[in-house]
Design a protein around this ligand. Sequence first.
Ligand SMILES: [Zn+2]
Length: 250
Amino acid sequence: MMIDMKYFNVYYFCHLANESMGKFEYASTNAEFTEQQFQIEPEEFPRISVLREYCSWLVDRVFYEQASLISNDQAYDFNPISWINQAITKYKQIVISTENEFKFDEDDYLETYNNYLEYINKYEDGLFYSVIYDIATEVEYILFQNRDFLLRFNEQQAVAFEDNPRTRVYIPEWVKRAVLFRDKGCCVFCKKDLTGLYTLLEDNEKQFDHIVPLHDGGINDVCNIQLSCKECNLKKSDSSKTSTLYRSSY
Ligand SMILES: [Zn+2]
């Protein structure tokens, strides 16, 4: 799949995700996602990763929260409706017109916001969520590179499975490809080049390591896998661990 990156405030959302994940003061907010996500029987290695689901949830939640703050006359960082319009123009090349058609209720911003989400469906069904999905795809693309974030993210998700661990399943080829390219074919701990081993060893499943181990509640999701050589895997000995080492691009 190709992503046509538009970078619409994408780093703002990445920053919120990165700063809130694993921090005590945001624990209950991020736990809301975890609870929602795992009320249904989870898929193993879903194509739309748990990380992507989180990014969509986060973007949607930020828009809603900001609307809610405005309606309660509290401080706010941005006007959600103006951001939605800018995003729709950027991602869908649709210019929303509110002249004479849409009534803003100054006294109840949240109601106005909810009505607005319905109003823009006239342009295209599900327009708002389609734009959220596009932004979330870009946010996920960037956060997927950040293994330190992934560790904290997976520890958060693991809360749901600590008492009911996921079982080990075969890691799909597309997950291996994604992880192999992200980690540039090297063990994330000692930087040993595993590209030769990847093709030579039939037993290459062992090079793909769960960041948060299954027995600690780790999930079978592309965002919970990293490359690790056997030696480092042994040293890691079933703890939740990653590294912040990256091979420079040039
Ligand atoms: Zn290693």
